[in-house]
Ligand binder design. Sequence first.
Ligand SMILES: Cc1cc2nc3c(=O)[nH]c(=O)nc-3n(C[C@H](O)[C@H](O)[C@H](O)COP(=O)(O)OP(=O)(O)OC[C@H]3O[C@@H](n4cnc5c(N)ncnc54)[C@H](O)[C@@H]3O)c2cc1C
Length: 393
Amino acid sequence: MLVVGAGAAGMAAAKGASEKGAHVLLVDNEEWIGGILQQCIHNGFGVHRYKKELTGPEFAAELKSEIPSDVEVKTGTFAHEIVPNEKRAILVSREGIEEVSYESLVYATGARERTFQSLMVPGTRPAGIYTAGQAQRLINIEGYLPGKRALVLGSGDVGLIMARRMYLEGMEVVGVVERLPYPGGLRRNVKQCLEDFDIPLYLSHTVIRVEGYPRLEKVIVAKVDGNFRPIPGTEREFHVDTLVVSVGLIPVKKLVADFVKVRSGVLVSSSGQTSVDSIFAAGNVTTIFDLVDYVAKEGEKAGRSAALLAKGEFRGERLPIRKGKGVKILHPEWYDPSVPLSVYLRVEKPMEKALIRVGKYEIEAEDLTPAEMVNVDVEPPCESEVSVSVTEV
Ligand SMILES: Cc1cc2nc3c(=O)[nH]c(=O)nc-3n(C[C@H](O)[C@H](O)[C@H](O)COP(=O)(O)OP(=O)(O)OC[C@H]3O[C@@H](n4cnc5c(N)ncnc54)[C@H](O)[C@@H]3O)c2cc1C
């Protein structure tokens, strides 16, 4: 069995598959395993899985220690092509180009960051504009500061965490700009990353222009209306040499997008199976998860299912899950009655008290916001179609 990508999802998939008796080859493009976790040195990882607050590298080390020793791990190895009807993949590494056959495959390639260029902000094209992941890697892995005075665009968890990280490393952080009227990240991160350090958050604002060359000198920000259009007369200037852009993650689905069903991510059933029987997927390549605990849980499940399929012991049903009222994002796409159903959703708008319906089950919930993914685990509903909705009560 082949697992492509050795972040949290891939490592957990390798563990799950090996425990079900599969011979597993786990490959990753980087020189290490652990994926994005290795550059996330803040804590807040593993609260559900390990019942303690770990840093990213600590979580990766715990998960790595769970991988049975018979799993073959190849780092510095890039999966270049997957040929689904012949069940083979082409891998490229220092050793050369290698072709491997598989009975089943778990695709766990994570997500990449949306770039500043994709936002179409006019102005010069200076040095000093980084994605949050680039700035995080510079500081936490390479040991360099990206600049002296920074503004952050985007208040998702990654942006919030980077605002604090730059502040703690001695940079001046003049603010975080967010076009939505509410923060994009978890509430605990707004408190712990911004409020605790007096870093201002500018909601309903966006960057409309950058100036300076060859290095960034100025960022012009304006208030936006309900359609995210800048409101004339509300402009303000920030004199900064660094702009950190954290405006979303995009699942890395390129290698399979021609033959499995995809939307923004790779579509899977509740057992991790894609629309192609022998190909499974898990982690951020399927949907953007808030918590690595969920990623590991889904990875392990996909690995187990893929191993059983390779042994001819897995049927893999894909019954529809319908997105009902109040739900903005819903995962997975289908449910497989042979495994308990874990549903992940984001609500359309903030709700103080709500009733979540998953098929015949009703669950009361409080304090829901679109920024926070909700996880509901239920026994297999035994219905031919499940609908998921959230109603404010
Ligand atoms: C800044 C930041 C802060 C976070 N904070 C928290 C937190 O506090 N708590 C929490 O629980 N979660 C947090 N998360 C979320 C969590 O870290 C991620 O959801 C999780 O680690 C994603 O795991 P993954 O395996 O899906 O992807 P990744 O970790 O991205 O792993 C994907 C791997 O696939 C490899 N790959 C890609 N393409 C190929 C290819 N073609 N061939 C070979 N290898 C390939 C990549 O090199 C990478 O190693 C945070 C995430 C970020 C970015």
